[in-house]
Design a protein around this ligand. Sequence first.
Ligand SMILES: [Zn+2]
Length: 110
Amino acid sequence: MLIHVRYILIYMKPGTYCESCLMPFKNDTGVRTSDKYCSLCYTDGKFCYEGNLKDFQKICYENMVKSGMNKVQAWIFAFMIRFAPRWKNMGSAQTPQTDKQPTIEIKSTE
Ligand SMILES: [Zn+2]
């Protein structure tokens, strides 16, 4: 899965898609004010959404499903947002580690 995503991104030409949500500019129906970001992500000189990646992915997923996209496809696109230039430079420090390591309990059966 991850390999396929990277493979796709290599073939995406820089400057042809939004660096925040990865939407190709040719799909952008709004008026774009930045050469890096689409009209949905960036308007009036600032980002429309300033929160964290996880919430941003959720918003994008919901919007894509609302616009009639297949749920699996929408999930894949939302997943890929983590590779967008805007987010991949943020570093793992911004993403709190929530998944705990499973603890193995050894019970003696006497
Ligand atoms: Zn965008």
